[in-house]
Design a protein around this ligand. Sequence first.
Ligand SMILES: *[C@@H]1O[C@H](CO)[C@@H](O)[C@H](O)[C@H]1NC(C)=O
Ligand SMILES: *[C@@H]1O[C@H](CO)[C@@H](O)[C@H](O)[C@H]1NC(C)=O
Ligand SMILES: *[C@@H]1O[C@H](CO)[C@@H](O)[C@H](O)[C@H]1NC(C)=O
Ligand SMILES: *[C@@H]1O[C@H](CO)[C@@H](O)[C@H](O)[C@H]1NC(C)=O
Ligand SMILES: CC(=O)N[C@H]1CO[C@H](CO)[C@@H](O)[C@@H]1O
Length: 596
Amino acid sequence: MNIKFNLIIIILLILFISNVNCKKIKNKKHLTPQRLRRFVEHSKPISLNKKVWKITEIENIFSAQIELTFGIRQRNVIELEDFVWRVSDPNDSLYGSYKTFEEIKEWVKPLDESIDAVKNWLIENDINEFTVTKSGDFIRTTVSIDKAEELLSVRYNKMVHKSSKQSFFRSLDPYTIPRELYDHIDFIGGVNHLPLLSPRPKESSGSVGGKVNGIGYELESLKNNKQIKSFNDKKVAARNGDPYLSPDLIRKEMNVSQTSTNSTHLGNSQAIAQFLKEYFSPSDLKNFQYRFGMEPSQVDNIIGPNQNLNPGLETTLDIQYIMAMAPDVPTWIVSTGGLHEGQEPFLDWLVDLSSNPKLPLVHSISYGDDESSIGLAYTDRVDTEFKKYAAMGRTIVFSSGDFGVGCNDDCDSFSPGWPASSRFVLAVGGVIKKKDGSIIGDEISGGGFSNYFSRPWYQVDECSSYIEWLNGSLSSFYNQSGRGFPDISSFSENVIILYKDKLMPIGGTSASAPIIAGLLSLINDQRLQKNQSPIGLFNPLLYKIARDHPNSFLDIDFGENNYKCCTNGFKSKSGWDPVTGLGLPNFDELVKNCLE
Ligand SMILES: *[C@@H]1O[C@H](CO)[C@@H](O)[C@H](O)[C@H]1NC(C)=O
Ligand SMILES: *[C@@H]1O[C@H](CO)[C@@H](O)[C@H](O)[C@H]1NC(C)=O
Ligand SMILES: *[C@@H]1O[C@H](CO)[C@@H](O)[C@H](O)[C@H]1NC(C)=O
Ligand SMILES: *[C@@H]1O[C@H](CO)[C@@H](O)[C@H](O)[C@H]1NC(C)=O
Ligand SMILES: CC(=O)N[C@H]1CO[C@H](CO)[C@@H](O)[C@@H]1O
């Protein structure tokens, strides 16, 4: 009996091991010499933060599907970059002479032979249903996991994001493609790269009142439904004593006068990005505007899915503050599903935008990740998309991240955040208003120097002075030749939103980005009213203004972004620093200097 039982176990074990081996052999086939002759690895292994992600098996492997996005190699990308620098440089004769959607499309779209090569490869592999996007530079298809594993010689797992419980099908193996396709494909989305997440907003520390539904705090003293003009009342100071910030207080702190806010130009527009089941509540927005004494104003256009009754904190914050800063500017929400495990919402957003000729002028996005968790091929291709937007006069605003310098586990280097580290976006850091009235850099404010992107010309002097000032300290922790970020800052603590009918304070650079984005829309409005071009890639003009008219900013010279760090972070100092960038806009001055 016992012997029989043991035998059965042994047989089962042998079966199990051989099964595992089969699977391994199947998935290692890209390593065989025959395969390597015909196929090439097209991605590098990425590092997955095990604190953030859990790797599990896919349960229903036979029904699981994955959306693959092939970024087809574009033409004229070097010329595109030159063009972007010229149209964004206020000291260039081409400044503001942007191209239209159609012009850009024709200029950079791939060769037909590239598109055909990829299409034929898919058809040879029995993948007959795919679409080429309107911009002509992405091909998308949805296939079974099994098919994707076979096509790319990878093995998929289910990656579960520990805190949000969202999960995605991805592979840690570098994928391979036929050798002859190497020059036709920039990258394939839906294989290695995990979606960008919003690390915060988080509830501000030291809030008053009790928890509501497990999330958020109702401010005790504001439970009546009265209009609130201002938070100057001591009773509503946060428990840590630092003041709460409402739209009117933020405007006051940044010297945004009434006349700068009445925007009227019909050609103006702004948008927030909404990913991963983060939805927007029209009634919270209406109530927010009422409670803070603003004129009612609605979202003009929602691209993609939304569930009015199921708002998310991130979207609530973004939409309430971009509209609070620029109330009359037509506002869009660009929402991408990311509803199932096989999707890639950030890529969906890029593809949707790259296919939409009526792109809003300013976009605010509060999502990001560590540069090191994302392949260089992917970030390069996304950079090309950012350049296309800049060439069309669009402004892309990213929060700089909420992990300060990004201390790594081994405590031997900092982890810069991406896309804030791109040279073609405006990265927004965070500052805190203290109870004594001072304004300091927030310890969480994402900042540092990129390992992927070199320092752009527009900030060479500023970054060099800062690095010189460091006198060699921290030099093994950051890249001295990288793009420095953030560029600018706004408030990232104690910002009041209205969420699920309750007023609550919230923090993170998720708050500062939409504030800045709304203010940029006001600048665009004044420029458009004077028949001037929109600001597009604002960074070159911004750094120039900081040099020529330093009073356009409140220079923040106190604070350190050493959030949860094993060593020192970067410190704020006078002039640009990788905590607060150029500082907090002194808006009425800044806007004057943005007009020609
Ligand atoms: C903006 O508002 C001010 C004060 O309300 C008003 O005097 C001015 O004419 C307005 N400007 C525009 C362009 O509407
Ligand atoms: C430092 O940044 C440059 C780009 O400016 C990059 O080429 C280089 O590889 C980076 N060094 C490290 C160690 O990451
Ligand atoms: C670097 O040296 C200068 C001159 O001695 C000093 O003013 C500055 O504070 C030093 N920087 C740091 C980060 O200590
Ligand atoms: C706003 O203006 C006041 C008065 O000129 C000034 O003290 C303050 O620093 C300005 N705020 C900013 C953000 O520049
Ligand atoms: C177009 C333009 O404004 N050109 C100026 C660029 O800067 C130099 C000196 O810094 C000026 O001499 C040019 O007139």
